[in-house]
Design a protein around this ligand. Structure first.
Ligand code: HEC
Length: 156
């Protein structure tokens, strides 16, 4: 019985020593993060210029964090809109961004951010040709509208 306790103590001590030495080694090793070409962006920043949180995306770029929030907020919309091109009560969102949309009054417009914004906050202002004017004004807060637009932009 005593012997087994002793073995346990020895094993635990060895484990503790190993853990300790790993930590010491880790501290001693220099982290090679910003060394190559110091002064320029790190590899991670270069790899995803649009996904860096907090950065304001340039026009035409997609804010991926906002798009993710928009995807969640879109649940209520997906009763009438598809994201895969299939036909529902409303037009599909697939390929909508920057496409040409024909309106009921005969005008043709480009579905840029301003158009999408208006389509969401004031659905009766411009009606897509061939669809009933049945989209309700949903009274969404402005930041949610922006997130939804970012999400629609990802649906190519
Ligand atoms: C009750 C069904 C319904 C719901 C819910 C709905 N829509 Fe619509 N939506 C429509 C219909 C029908 C149209 C086409 C007629 C029009 O232009 O208003 C449309 C048009 C649009 C357009 C313009 C599409 C195009 O091809 O130009 C956008 C953008 C849009 N909706 C976004 C949304 C968003 C975002 C939501 C959720 C917050 C939403 N819709 C919820 C029915 C709906």
């Amino acid at each position: 019985m005593v012997r087994r306790d002793l073995v346990l103590v020895v094993v635990l001590s060895i484990a503790a020593i190993m853990l300790f030495s790993v930590r010491v080694e880790g501290q001693g090793t220099p982290t090679p993060v910003a060394s190559p070409g110091s002064g320029t962006a790190t590899a991670a920043q270069k790899a995803s210029p649009i996904a860096s949180p907090g950065a304001t995306p340039m026009a035409g770029e997609v804010d991926l964090a906002a798009a993710e929030r928009g995807k969640n907020a879109a649940a209520v919309c997906l009763a009438c809109h598809s994201t895969d091109g299939s036909q529902m009560v409303g037009p599909t969102w697939k390929g909508l961004y920057m496409s040409e949309v024909e309106l009921e009054d005969g005008r043709k417009v480009i579905a840029d951010e301003a158009y999408l914004h208006k389509a969401i906050v004031d659905p009766m202002a411009e009606i897509v040709k061939g669809y009933p004017p049945s989209m309700p004004p949903l009274g969404l807060p402005e930041d949610q509208v922006k997130d939804l637009i970012e999400y629609i932009k990802t649906l190519k």
